[in-house]
Design a binder for this molecule. Structure first.
Ligand code: BES
Ligand code: MN
Ligand code: ZN
Length: 497
């Protein structure tokens, strides 16, 4: 991951000598409109810019890119007009539209060494985040990586010397880089990212950012009785880990726990998955990646909170040493779990991690995981399901939508708990029926959350990984969802309690 060089520049966009100058267009009721912040360019352009763009087929719709040679006194070589889509009901351009347009523009500028944008006149943070996330490329495994992402990006703002603009640039850069850090971990293939390697990378990222890091290896896990993590990891020749990271806040800071599923590859184990699409299970550590990246972000932005991450990592493999359907595991909490399906492994490693996280008596616990195929059935590829204690769940879902990650609140119906009753243990890891699988998994996890902890479970089975074409600021492969949701929740807790 390389972030472009980013800078704020003052008002005069037409005078910038850059290769490409990005301007926004809007899909207005009567056709194409130029977005606010483009007046000066329009005036300096030789001829009618709106008319020229319309002649070239521009409509202002989202994802649209139209290039034209700059003329008149515009000093840039090329104008790149990127669509923002429609305005909202208040006639405003939503922040997420700016973020996506900046991402589309960044993806269209590979090979460009110096560009500038006026999208920042609409929303500096969104323009910067979209640029950082949209410039992402994962080329470590390519012999010839192709064109480089845009090298330098100038953000035109009316008040570049002001603290608000500067802190927006910094915050948005750190958040965008955190998303890209998570993507790098997710996109690293499973042969190169067994639990030990992932723990090493997490430790390195964490220590560089000034976090306290502790790694429990398989011996440590056995000594302390982490039966869920050990059970899932048993089939792999590459043993599990539990990574703990801590960011210290000021005295009496509020305590928040983060937990993320780190299954470095999920074959299903003895309850083997079908071959088609199994390769995508390289992304089954996306929750863990998001938590690690969020911790680094929290350290860099120095959130005034005590934040502890508990991140279980294991590889779910079928083998002569693998755990079996029918096994009973004694979990870290002391509860026993009858394993009826070894492919419902995420909840087992998470249960242990959640129990450990709750020992620190956090006020809030946020857990993220690629937990169920049922999330995809219920909400599709782009909408995370958010479950947990009602008020906190709703707050997390709302903040998720505010940052463009689209989280949606889902219930934890009481009656599903009964379906998890086991004939010989305290609880089974799956039910005997197919319905409400995402909610069942949430119910299972709730058994391991301490009373009095406000908690949220974010199922990102679909949203964590983009199997289709890039869109907005989202590339193919790991997306980094829900890093920005967790960052927003932390910032909100820091600000409002
Ligand atoms: N990692 C999968 C869930 C998943 C599916 C993530 C598709 C991303 C895309 C999880 O471990 C799993 O296998 N869940 C099972 C649970 C079932 C056995 C109750 C599932 O959803 O099929
Ligand atoms: Mn599984
Ligand atoms: Zn899994």
């Amino acid at each position: 991951m390389t972030t472009p060089k980013l800078a704020l520049v003052d008002g005069s966009a037409a005078k910038l000598t850059v290769e490409t100058l990005v301007i926004g267009t809007v899909e207005g009721p009567d056709g194409l409109e130029l977005a606010p912040g483009t007046n000066e360019i329009a005036a300096a352009f030789d001829g009618n810019l709106t008319e020229t763009l319309t002649l070239l087929g521009a409509t202002g719709k989202a994802e649209e890119v139209v290039r034209l040679a700059a003329s008149g006194s515009v000093r840039a070589e090329v104008l790149l007009a990127v669509g923002l889509g429609k305005r909202d009901q208040q006639e405003e351009i939503p922040g997420e539209s700016v973020r996506r347009a900046a991402g589309v523009a960044a993806r269209s500028m590979t090979g460009v060494s110096h560009a500038a944008t006026t999208l920042s006149a609409l929303d500096v943070s969104a323009a910067v985040q979209g640029t950082v996330m949209g410039s992402y490329a994962f080329t470590r495994y390519k012999s010839s990586p192709g064109d480089e992402p845009v090298g330098k990006m100038d953000f035109v703002v009316p008040d570049s010397k002001e603290d608000a603009a500067k802190s927006a640039l910094k915050g948005a850069t750190v958040i965008g880089e955190a998303v890209n850090n998570a993507r790098d971990l997710i996109n690293t293939p499973p042969n190169d990212l067994p639990p030990a390697a992932m723990a090493d990378r997490a430790s390195e990222l964490g220590r560089q950012a000034g976090l306290e890091v502790e790694v429990l290896d398989a011996d440590d896990l056995r000594k302390h009785g982490y039966g869920g993590i050990l059970g899932v990891g048993e089939g792999s020749s590459r043993p599990p880990r539990l990574v703990r990271m801590r960011h210290k806040g000021p005295k009496n800071a509020r305590k928040v726990a983060l937990v993320g599923k780190g299954v470095t590859f999920d074959t299903g184990g003895i309850s083997l998955k079908p071959a088609a699409g199994m390769d995508e299970m390289t992304s089954d550590m996306s929750g863990a990646a998001a938590v690690v990246a969020t911790m680094v972000l929290a350290a860099k932005l120095n959130y005034p909170l005590d934040i502890t991450a508990t991140v279980p990592m294991a590889e779910n493999m079928p083998s002569g040493t693998a755990y079996r359907p029918g096994d009973v595991l004694t979990m870290y909490s002391g509860k026993t779990v009858e394993v009826l399906n070894t492919d419902a492994e995420g909840r087992l490693i998470l249960a242990d991690a959640i129990t450990r996280a709750c020992e620190d008596e956090p006020e809030y616990l946020i857990e993220a995981s690629t937990l169920t195929g049922a999330q995809l059935v219920a909400l599709g590829k782009r909408t995370p399901g958010v479950m947990g204690s009602e008020r906190f769940r709703d707050r997390v879902a709302e903040l998720s939508r505010a940052v463009g990650e689209a989280g949606w609140a889902m219930p934890l119906p009481e009656e599903l708990r009964g379906d998890l009753d086991s004939k010989l243990a305290d609880i089974a890891n799956v039910t005997g029926q197919r319905w409400g699988g995402m909610l069942v998994a949430g119910q299972f996890l709730s058994e391991f959350v301490a009373e009095d902890v406000a908690w949220a479970h974010i199922d990102v089975a679909g949203p964590a990984y983009n199997s289709n074409s890039p869109w907005g600021y989202t590339p193919k492969g790991g997306t980094g969802v829900p890093v920005r949701t967790m960052a927003a929740v932390l910032a909100d807790i820091a600000e409002r309690n």
